[in-house]
Write a protein that binds this ligand. Structure first.
Ligand SMILES: [Zn+2]
Length: 94
């Protein structure tokens, strides 16, 4: 599977919520999520608890509550595109 291909389902770089977080966290064999956002860190607001935090990589967690957020590369220029996986979501290492 190539970068950012769309499977025709709800997953892909333009998915939302948990689907997007899952997609980004697993993209490139899991190596994408720890890469820095090329356009610079995003000043995010946690969609779980409302705290401010900095999203420096494509997948990041709120420092206050640990809520998992992600943004896909084609949408990483806009803080409004950050997706929240939902309360209780845990990133898998697989
Ligand atoms: Zn939070």
């Amino acid at each position: 599977m190539g970068c950012c291909s769309n499977n025709g389902g709800n997953s892909g770089p333009f998915a939302e919520g948990k689907e997007l977080v899952d997609f980004v966290s697993q993209a490139h064999g899991g190596s994408l999520r720890n890469q820095s956002i090329p356009s610079g860190s995003l000043e995010a607001v946690c969609q779980g608890c409302g705290a401010n935090f900095t999203l420096a990589t494509f997948v990041g967690t709120c420092s206050a509550c640990g809520g998992v957020h992600a943004v896909s590369p084609p949408r990483s220029g806009d803080v409004g595109n950050i997706q929240f996986a939902g309360k209780g979501y845990q990133l898998s290492d697989g």
